[in-house]
Design a protein around this ligand. Structure first.
Ligand code: HEM
Length: 119
């Protein structure tokens, strides 16, 4: 089961790359906007995150140290990713530029990386 967990964790990093990549690649672009990659990334993070939580709560990792779930950390990340997903959904339907939404999604993604690492 640890193999499956690690596989989902790899997909979690792919989702992070989608979100952050879609933000960073536009930094010098005058028409900064919300792209569908951000929406795809947010959904990937939500789905893979929930699967990992399910695997951990289900005891799939046994006594492994990864098996200790930090509920505060997960709660914050869940809340933040829901906000990101809502903003991405709104933004991808609007015409470019969407600088405010683009910046907020990027900053919230960074917030979640910081929460994942420091909390
Ligand atoms: C933008 C959204 C997110 C980002 C940027 C993000 C980032 C990360 C990063 C960098 C890691 C690896 C470092 C670590 O092990 O702590 C990680 C692991 C993990 N993430 Fe996320 N995450 C996001 C959303 C979520 C959500 C919504 C959930 C659950 C509902 C979640 C659950 C997990 C779990 C279970 C792990 C495995 C290690 C642990 O227990 O912390 N993540 N995440």
């Amino acid at each position: 089961m640890e193999f499956v967990f690690n596989l989902v964790l790899v997909l979690h990093f792919v989702g992070l790359a989608l979100l952050l990549g879609a933000f960073l690649v536009q930094i010098r672009d005058p028409e900064k906007t919300v792209t569908r990659w951000m929406w795809d990334g947010a959904l990937t993070q939500l789905l893979t995150g929930l699967i990992m939580v399910g695997l951990i709560e289900g005891g799939a990792l046994g006594d492994d140290e990864k098996g200790d779930l930090n509920h505060v950390k997960i709660g914050i990340k869940l809340l933040v990713v829901i906000v990101i997903a809502v903003l991405a959904f709104i933004g991808k339907r609007k015409p470019a530029p969407q600088v405010g939404l683009w910046a907020t999604i990027g900053l919230l993604t960074l917030v979640n990386v910081i929460v994942a690492v420091f909390v």
